[in-house]
Design a protein around this ligand. Structure first.
Ligand SMILES: [Zn+2]
Length: 73
């Protein structure tokens, strides 16, 4: 499943959304369409900075199977 991390430019919250085909991502907090998709490079950089979560041994976890949930970080 295509699970992506987003940041809302309006309310500043971070969240995850499943994007199916041409679905338009909408902020679940304020329904804004002004969202920024966070690329995988961001997760790698965050992981490198944190370095506290290495139990998964990879970029995926059982929680989201996409390497982009809070547990993954
Ligand atoms: Zn928002």
């Amino acid at each position: 499943m295509p699970l992506f991390d987003f940041v809302c430019h309006d309310c500043g919250k971070e969240f995850e959304l499943l994007l199916m085909g041409s679905d338009r991502p909408v902020c679940p907090h304020c329904q804004s369409l002004d969202l920024e998709k966070k690329m995988s490079a961001f997760a790698v950089r965050t992981k490198g900075t944190d370095g506290s979560t290495s139990s998964g041994g990879g970029s995926k976890c059982s929680g989201c199977a996409g390497g982009s949930c809070a547990t993954c970080h």
